[in-house]
Each structure stands twice: as C-alpha cells, then as structure tokens.
Write a protein that binds this ligand. Structure first.
Ligand SMILES: Nc1ncnc2c1ncn2[C@@H]1O[C@H](COP(=O)(O)OP(=O)(O)OP(=O)(O)O)[C@@H](O)[C@H]1O
Ligand SMILES: [Mg+2]
Length: 242
C-alpha cells in the first residue's frame, strides 16, 4: 500500500454524507483484503453508554466488520446534538483534545488503514478555542472532504478547502454525495467538478443517492461500494486498489 495509513474524513456541513462515504470506503477496503479500522472520536446526539444501532459509530463498525469497544472508537461522546464546545458546559463533561488525539493515534496502530470520521464540518468547535481542523492538524492526518451535491456546494467546498489549507492541512480530494434522488438539478450537473477545480483539489466523483429509506442499512452501503465510481477513484487515490 502506498497511500496513507489513516485518513480523516470531514465535510462541508453536518448531514452531507461523511458516514455514508466512510462506511462505503470501509467496506470497499475490507472487501479488498485490507484490515480497516473506523473511528469517530467526537460524536454528539448519541446515547452515552450504549450508542444506538443507527448511530454513526455503530454503523461504521458494522460496515468494517468490527465490534470494538465504544471507548476505543468513539471516546468523546455527548448526548445533546450540538457542537462539542456547546455541549460540554451543558452536559458538564470535559474532554481534553490532546488526550482524544492520543487515543486516535493509538487506535490507528491497530489496523492497516484507519478511517477517522469528523463531526459536522471542519470549523466545528471542539472547545471554545479549538476546532475540528486543529484536531486534524494535531492528528497529523491527510483529509478527504465530503460535500453535498446541491446548490451551495461550490461556496461550501471552496470555504472548507481554504480553511483546511490555512491550517496547513493536506487535502487529498473532494467527494460529492447526493442527498436527494431524482433527476440532477442544474446546480448538480456542473457544480461538483467546478467546485473542486475552483478549490484546487482533485474531483473524485459523485456518490449516487441510494434510496428514500434510511440508508443506515448495510444493503444500501453494499450497493454503493459495488457501483460507485467516486469510491473507486478515492481508493485509487489512497493507493489501495490492487
Ligand atoms: N447517498 C445517499 N443516498 C441516500 N441517502 C443519503 C445519502 N447520503 C446521505 N443520505 C441521507 O442523509 C443522512 C445524513 O448522511 P450521513 O449520516 O452520511 O451524513 P454525515 O455527514 O455523516 O452527518 P453527521 O454530521 O450527522 O455525522 C443519512 O442518514 C441518509 O438518510
Ligand atoms: Mg456522520
């Protein structure tokens, strides 16, 4: 394998498809024989002791064929669906980013390749003076950006990539995700490649919308990993196609 052994997946926003993309990549890597790890160090809106089956971390673990302890793969949890910096005082919980960072660095050693899902977008505050992008910098990982394929994407993509670069981070590329079905809107037709070009990062392709029903089911992810050119391009970029 020539690519990175760990990758941070951030997005242009919450709900843009980070989990769908990460889970699909995890399945694709596992099906190609890689020992793949998946974690989501910070999560909010989650049951603290036993996260729901539909939670990102349980979904990711299932996609990778793992059942690892929650404290290992999702150490910083908040029950309120808020940015960690907002949830901390309300829930009277305090996590030290340096400690969470160390835990991720330890976890990464357990697998051949690890996918680390962020929380919300790149500028979400983890504490009052520390953003997701600062966390990525401290982890020392390259970044994959997931963007929604929709009106507004060009703006969100450029802003996200600029923000990450201003922090000195290496952006591997942008993968776009359709969160609605039906015909492509005018905005979707040329928007994704234009967004990537203007942001100055590789355009990896568009993940199709896979159905109205809750996608948090493995068949939907299986379908994605088989048919999606965007995922194949991302695997190629990671140097993991063999
Ligand atoms: N390709 C897709 N096809 C169908 N539905 C999708 C697709 N991508 C996302 N969705 C829908 O949008 C929801 C949000 O997607 P996802 O959970 O992957 O976003 P996220 O960026 O991980 O969000 P969060 O910020 O909460 O972690 C999914 O639960 C699903 O219902
Ligand atoms: Mg998610």
């Amino acid at each position: 394998m020539t690519g990175p052994t760990a990758l941070f997946i951030t997005g242009t926003d919450t709900g843009c498809g980070k989990t769908i993309v990460t889970a699909t990549l995890a399945r694709a890597l596992a099906s190609r024989g890689y020992d793949v790890g998946v974690c989501k160090p910070y999560a909010s809106g989650i049951a603290l002791e036993a996260p729901e089956e539909t939670s990102d971390i349980v979904f990711l673990q299932k996609a990778a064929g793992l059942r690892e302890p929650i404290d290992l793969v999702c150490p910083a949890r908040f029950s309120l669906p808020l940015a960690p910096a907002q949830a901390e005082p309300l829930e009277n919980i305090r996590y030290t980013p340096g400690e969470i960072c160390q835990r991720v660095q330890e976890y990464v050693k357990l697998h051949e390749i690890t996918l680390v899902e962020g929380i919300g977008g790149a500028a979400v505050p983890l504490t009052h003076n520390y953003l997701v992008s600062d966390f990525i910098k401290d982890l020392g990982l390259p970044v994959l950006v997931v963007a929604r394929s929709a009106l507004g994407t060009i703006n969100h993509t450029i802003l996200t990539v600029e923000h990450l670069r201003n922090k000195g981070l290496s952006v591997l590329g942008v993968i776009f995700n359709r969160v609605t079905g039906g015909e492509l809107s005018e905005a979707e037709k040329g928007g994704p490649p234009l967004a990537a070009t203007l942001a100055g990062v590789p355009f990896l392709g568009v993940v199709p919308f896979v159905g109205e029903e809750k996608v948090d089911s493995l068949p939907a992810v299986q379908q994605l990993s088989i048919t999606c050119e965007a995922i194949v391009n991302t695997l190629r970029l990671l140097g993991t196609l063999r």
